[in-house]
Design a protein around this ligand. Structure first.
Ligand code: MN
Length: 709
């Protein structure tokens, strides 16, 4: 596909061959500008620098790009590496070329980054550039391809880094844009530099396999063509060889050896119409027995990068397996060139209707980038979207849905509608109930069961794979946490007002809005959230409301216990959302402190908890909490027992504890090298008194060395 050119005249000849009206003057002028700008610069190999932009332009001409793009290819390194400026280029060659060269300059800055976050940034820049004008990416691809072809001149470390980046970023994007030949070039070149020995070995084996099978396949092709002629079906058959990295991937994925791969060589038949593709397949299946499970109809269901073809494997003559690919010439063109296939030199840079099919995923991504603030999240999303490993599943109405592989019923539900996702409680696949974390398989018929009262769960984030589902769930959780923050904020403020004998009516007054503003928040809701999330203390707000009279401790009004709320209250507030801390397991009788979390209510700690020292740094977030006696509730408490390591201690211990009508909910024992045992267990007790009694008993047990909470 790629032919090197040595001079600008060769390049012009090549361009004229597909575009007789090309602006030759423009190409000459940009070439002269570029060679003068690069002057005596040399490439690593020692050759004049201008060879590189010329080669890049030549690759673009092989892709039959418009003259603007080729001119930009000639100029692509001038802003970056020479004294030339965007202004110069704009003045000499116009806005369009200046835009392309400038965009490329911005992209090229990314080549020396290695960290994951930097990689995410690279991806992001690429995608943004691509969304603006796909030609930027095509020039960048040509640039990278030439650099990869001349990579041996670089030091090994740099070579490996560039090869890895090409494999991780460039190849998947080329694939997603449907440019099959480029994806293959990127993969094989990267493979060669990343794993030279493995690469060499596979290349050698491919050559050997080709030698062994060539005669055989030629016979099959001959027979095929004869049959096509008989049936009067247009069609040309040829050999196809799997590329080396494709073979390596298959070996890795399926854990097999080269010898076990049957489709290293195959036959590709190119015909004129879709109907003939199916006719030819029928013919092949009538001649030879198809291998079950190997037939794939990518014409009926094209891949997400528009790839279309029929694939089938049959037991050919002499009992050998032969893989066939059948497609029309149009499908073949698209498989090879993708987004660049219908790119006519007449067309300008904007995306046509057809192109937009390649880039809807891109728009989704650029959109999601606004929702995903963290670079790592973004990188994950992008990788998910760019690597088109997909499963095809059916809706109850029989429509096909394409989802990334690993998708679950929850992903499916969100792909239908946000509400279906939020309310999904379970799912059926082919009529049978499956867990929500079930991984969908090709051909599954999926039915989602919803319930109006159901809410999304944070746990779903552990297994959903689509960006859409993740974003919607996160969004829901944020809203929910915010609502809880508002609620808690209001309660904390009302309690503080009560404490100072101030009217509850202040909650809706102008004064409180003024107070909010002077604390740097613009609305009441924002104020409540800030208090609820512990960013502003209720005390600060009340102080703003009555600056003349500093707050003083006022005796608490008696708390009216509410039926639903058990056990704990923040002074003066009913119905708070709380949970006891897993670091100190407070039980009734312990003094308590509450810590206001961001959006998950209040965590209750024992006042003696060692974590409080750290939490107390954020003083505004600590609140007074107290126990409310309510009879029967049991609370978990953790006990650590150190004993001699001898049989029976554990059994005696649990017998002793349970005899007191105390439940043990968890128990863990480990032996230490010095013949001791450390036993950790969680008991459920009424209060501190009961716990103290248990500790007393355990401590006096034979063999026990120490007991503590
Ligand atoms: Mn370059």
């Amino acid at each position: 596909m790629i032919e090197d050119v040595a001079t600008i005249d060769d390049l012009i000849k090549k361009v004229l061959s597909y575009n007789p009206d090309a602006d030759i003057e423009l190409l000459r002028k940009t070439y002269i500008f570029s060679s003068e700008a690069h002057g005596s610069q040399k490439r690593m190999a020692g050759s004049p620098y201008i060879e590189h932009p010329l080669a890049v332009a030549s690759i673009l001409a092989d892709m039959k790009m418009d003259t603007t793009t080729i001119a930009a290819g000639l100029l692509h390194d001038t802003i970056e590496d020479t004294n030339a400026t965007v202004k110069d280029i704009k003045a000499l060659f116009g806005n369009e070329i200046a835009f392309l060269v400038n965009a490329l300059t911005k992209l090229s800055k990314m080549e020396f980054m290695t960290k994951e976050e930097a990689q995410a940034e690279n991806f992001r820049k690429m995608l943004l550039a691509m969304a603006e004008d796909v030609r930027v990416i095509l020039i960048k691809f040509a640039d990278r391809l030439h650099n990869m072809k001349t990579l041996e001149h670089l030091p090994e470390e740099k070579r490996k880094r560039i090869a890895a980046e090409t494999l991780d970023i460039y190849a998947p994007i080329a694939n997603r844009l449907g440019i099959g030949w480029l994806k293959i070039e990127f993969e094989d070149l990267s493979f060669k530099f990343l794993m030279p020995e493995v690469y060499e070995e596979i290349v050698k084996k491919i050559a050997k396999r080709k030698e062994e099978q060539e005669v055989y396949l030629r016979d099959v092709v001959k027979e095929m063509e004869a049959r096509l002629k008989e049936e009067n079906i247009a069609g040309e058959a040829s050999h196809r060889i799997k590329h080396s990295y494709g073979i390596y991937q298959k070996m890795q994925k399926q854990g097999i050896t080269f010898e076990q791969i049957h489709d290293v060589l195959g036959i590709r038949i190119i015909t004129d119409t879709k109907a003939n593709c199916y006719a030819i397949m029928g013919l092949i299946h009538s001649l030879w027995t198809p291998v079950p499970g190997r037939f794939k109809d990518f014409i009926g269901v094209p891949k997400s990068n528009m790839y279309q073809s029929l694939h089938t494997t049959v037991i050919g003559p002499k009992g050998e397996r032969v893989e066939f690919q059948i497609r029309t010439d149009e499908m073949h063109r698209i498989a090879e060139k993708g987004i660049a296939s219908h790119w006519r030199y007449k067309e300008r840079g904007m995306l046509t209707e057809k192109d937009s099919r390649y880039v809807t995923w891109l728009r989704d991504l650029v959109q999601s980038q606004k929702e995903l603030s963290n670079a790592r999240d973004f990188l994950e999303e992008v990788k998910g979207a760019v690597v088109p490993d997909v499963v095809y599943v059916f809706t109850p109405r029989g429509d096909i849905k394409e989802l990334p592989s690993g998708s679950t019923p929850v992903d499916f539900a969100y792909s239908i509608h946000t509400d279906v996702g939020h309310k999904c409680v379970s799912a059926k696949v082919d009529g049978r109930i499956v867990p929500l974390r079930y991984q969908l398989k090709n051909g599954d018929a999926v039915e989602i069961i919803t319930s109006p009262a159901h809410k999304p769960s944070r746990d779903w984030l552990q297994f959903v794979v689509t960006q859409r589902a993740k974003a919607r769930i996160k969004q829901w959780i944020n809203t929910e946490e915010r609502m809880q923050g508002v609620e808690l904020g209001i309660k904390l403020l009302e309690s503080e007002l009560k404490k100072h004998d101030m009217s509850n009516a202040l909650m809706k007054s102008d004064e409180i809005l003024q107070a909010a503003k002077s604390l740097g928040v613009s609305s009441l809701e924002e104020l409540f959230v800030s208090v609820g999330f512990g960013k502003i203390s209720p005390h600060q707000v009340v102080n703003k409301l009555r600056p003349e009279k500093p707050a003083e401790e006022v005796a608490l009004k008696p708390i009216k216990p509410s039926a639903e709320q058990k056990g704990i209250s923040i002074k003066g507030i009913d119905d708070i959302l709380y949970h006891t801390a897993k670091c100190c397991y407070p039980v009734p009788g312990d003094s308590l402190v509450g810590f206001i979390t961001r959006g998950k209510g209040v965590t209750i700690h024992n006042k003696k908890c060692h974590n409080l020292e750290r939490l107390a740094v954020d003083n505004a977030r600590l609140v007074d909490v107290e126990w409310r006696q309510d009879g029967d509730t049991r609370y978990p408490a953790r006990l650590l027992v150190e004993s001699v390591d001898k049989p029976g201690v554990l059994a005696n211990l649990s017998a002793l504890v349970s005899a007191d009508d105390v439940n043990i909910s968890q128990l863990q024992a480990i032996s230490t090298p010095d013949q001791k045992a450390q036993i950790t267990f969680i008991v459920e007790v009424k209060d501190k008194k009961q716990l103290a009694a248990i500790i007393q008993k355990i401590a006096s047990m034979d063999g026990v060395l120490r007991v503590k909470r």
